[in-house]
Design a protein around this ligand. Sequence first.
Ligand code: ADP
Ligand code: MG
Length: 641
Amino acid sequence: MTGKQKKSLIRILIAAALMVALCFLPEDLLHLSFVPEGSPLQQLPRMLLYLVPYLIVGYDILLKAFHGILSRQVFDENFLMAFATIGALAIGLMKTGDFAEAPAVMLFYQIGEWFQSYAVGKSRRSISSLMDIRPDFARMESENGPEETDPEEVPVGAVILVRPGEKVPIDGIVLEGTSSLNTSALTGESVPRDVKPGEEIISGCINMTGLLRIRTTREFGESTVSKILELVENASSLKSRSENFISRFARVYTPAVVIAALALALLPPAVRSLFLGLAPEWGDWIYRALTFLVISCPCALVISIPLTFFAGIGGAGKAGILVKGSVYLEELARTGMVVFDKTGTLTRGRFDVTAVHHSPLAEEELLEYAALAESSSSHPIAVSIRKACTRPLDLSRVGKVEELGGNGVLVQIDGKDVAAGNGRLMDHLGIPYHECHEAGTIVHMAMDGHYAGHIVISDQEKPESKEAMAALKRAGIRQTVMLTGDREAVARSVAERLEIDQVYSDLLPADKVSRVEELLQAKSPGEALAFVGDGINDAPVLTRADLGIAMGAMGSDAAIEAADVVLMDDNPLKIAKAIRISRKCMRIVRQNIVFALAVKGICLVLGALGVANMGLAIFADVGVMVLAVLNAIRALFTEKL
Ligand code: ADP
Ligand code: MG
């Protein structure tokens, strides 16, 4: 509980105690002998007594209402509460002699407010447990030994030390030491990950067992932690359609209710006295109008809908799924078609060299040329070929480099024109090449216009990919599609094993965009198309799809930026989970809208008929709010989904 919540709880308790005490006040105790019997003034001392709990519990509402009037934003809930309770006091003084209503109404209202702030705090805390990944310092090696520095001041290429128990502050490569990493804050996975020298390490993990020396590969601002924090901080600013619905609704609703209340206060008494010859009973009708106003306040809706999305984003975050805004939770829930990229998304994107064929060069030498050619590419193929090459690379031999997305690379090495890429690249250069019949992705090589053999590399499917497809089908996804720049043979075999409905192969990056556009045209308007990729050659598609889902750990920065949802641990199974989380969230939103509007409608009718009094109305409202908020909080719990 925060200090503010404590203070407001104390106010509520004191006011409630005073109210109870006032119930035992003898009727004639405060009788003023000098005021004529039956005059409203006779009620004044009692009213002053009730004003004490009223002001204790409601002074801030009155102040806010007053400020609202000054700044011309009149019709908010504070105004409604202040107006209605002051009205109730006035009616008590003039007519009924009952003053308990105004403080009781304020009391209920504040209980509701307190409850809401507690709930918001709770889901905010669950989001900020993600925020726990922010490092306080980086221990940088310098001439005078290790020094604690602000992570922002550590340059790329510096060497940092991370002791067991500390957070990894900046992305880098392990130089020395082995350790287990706790990645649960990032991925929601509790199984630790082991690292050893030469491996990449991302910031935000907690180093658990050994001392690590790390060479930084990024600045703090570009590191994984900063990226995630930025995403989370901006997540709640993108409003969903349901939230916009509420604010549009409020724009029409509030004035409509005020007009209805005015009509209720003025019309019936006027009709009674002018046409029916009855007593107008102004007090009675004004009281009904005030009750009507109090009941009309749509707090439960206004509060619970953003809260549900907030909790849903928090719950997804705990599971290692970063959703960049409530709008995307809504899109996730509508998803009917999921389109996948192959390399790095369904497969690990870590290729092993399995064969070298038809080369006039020795295997070692061809691999060295290939590694040099791929030295500046970040494509998973390039990374793997560099890894497979055992010779040390002399980068000064590499001249001009040109990368053709979805084809390969053209490079100058030792003054020779070297090409490394797929059959399409060879066709493009007019170089005849040997088709390879071995399974796997083929990198053909050519030097100075002559074919120099090919390297067969094979990728492995991620162990979760097959189960991920089945889980999507179970979650009601109508169709799964795979798009790839790889050969048809490879694409078919992957699609068959994973049971993907539809596959398109041999695509250039631009073809992927037009395929997705075709699919977007063909789908029914009620459903959304999600594209899942790692951002290497598919960042434009991530943006074009209704919903872009990116692999966070493996994916490129461009992908994480272009995507709407980021899977922190690259596990395709999380897509179905994200969909289930979003559906639960939307279900809660719908339940709350229906429930709140139904109770509100009933109370409004009862209030207008004069059956419900103000206290009952507020009680119903607070009840709805508490239930709606409790319901919203359910969106936080995503473990079992
Ligand atoms: P995917 O759609 O499976 O993710 P990409 O569009 O990234 O594949 O690449 C498609 C194909 O282009 C690859 O299968 C490969 O044959 C070729 N290619 C792309 N980049 C390179 C590279 N740097 N080196 C060699 N071949 C490449
Ligand atoms: Mg790819």
